[in-house]
Design a protein around this ligand. Structure first.
Ligand code: SF4
Length: 211
């Protein structure tokens, strides 16, 4: 039996090297974009951030910005009131305690308002090439369909993945897996007929192999 890391090579072949789909210029903008993307598509975040990011490039830029102005700039993303508060408070803490630099530390990252494990992993994987796979609904679905895990929540999948994959695999897979789930192994109508993982996939075997 091949290791899962080898079995997933076709995903890396197809989606490896592609960049995160959120637009940003500075590390703080990346952090804000990821916070904004919770319960909102990357496309929608990219639509509203250009004028906002013109004003806010670094953490210290947000200190003097009025919370109502932040809300007005991001009002077309879900939960914009909470998110406005999160990015303002996170900017203040980053400026005050970390010299405006995003700390390369998963635990410290999760002490910032609005930054959970998924947001922290995305930011550190992208900025510092850390070997973190952030389990969103796409990765949770793909992992369960393939049969790599049998879990009922993204959090449980996250914990299992930590044990199953080695560091190098995690580093290579994090972004390709999201894209594979977003564009190929989609929630509705996954592209099973053109999938190179058919032979290993539990979902495929159950639904198509005898047809
Ligand atoms: S065969 Fe279908 S369900 Fe399995 S990984 Fe490929 S697209 Fe997803």
């Amino acid at each position: 039996m091949k290791k899962w890391s080898q079995i997933l090579d076709p995903i890396i072949d197809e989606y490896g090297g592609k960049k995160i789909e959120l637009n940003y210029e500075t590390p703080f903008q990346l952090l804000m974009a990821v916070i904004l993307s919770a319960q909102t598509t990357d496309k929608q975040v990219n639509k509203i951030t250009p004028p906002f990011f013109e004003k806010i490039k670094e953490a210290e830029d947000i200190i003097n910005m009025d919370i109502d102005d932040i809300m007005n700039d991001i009002k077309y993303v879900n939960f914009f009131r909470n998110k406005s508060r999160f990015i303002k408070e996170t900017g203040i803490i980053l400026s005050r305690d970390h010299g405006g630099i995003i700390p390369d530390d998963l635990k410290i990252m999760q002490t910032f308002p609005g930054v959970g494990i998924k947001t922290a992993k995305v930011v550190l994987a992208v900025l510092y090439d850390r070997p973190y796979i952030w389990v969103d609904t796409h990765i949770h679905r793909v992992m369960n369909r393939l049969g790599i895990v049998t879990t009922t929540s993204p959090d449980a999948t996250d914990k299992e993945i930590e044990k199953i994959f080695d560091t190098e695999t995690k580093r290579k897979l994090h972004h390709p897996l999201v894209l594979f789930g977003r564009y190929h192994c989609t929630a509705k109508k996954p592209k099973c007929e053109n999938c190179k993982l058919q032979l290993q996939c539990s979902f495929y075997k159950k639904n198509f192999s005898k047809k």
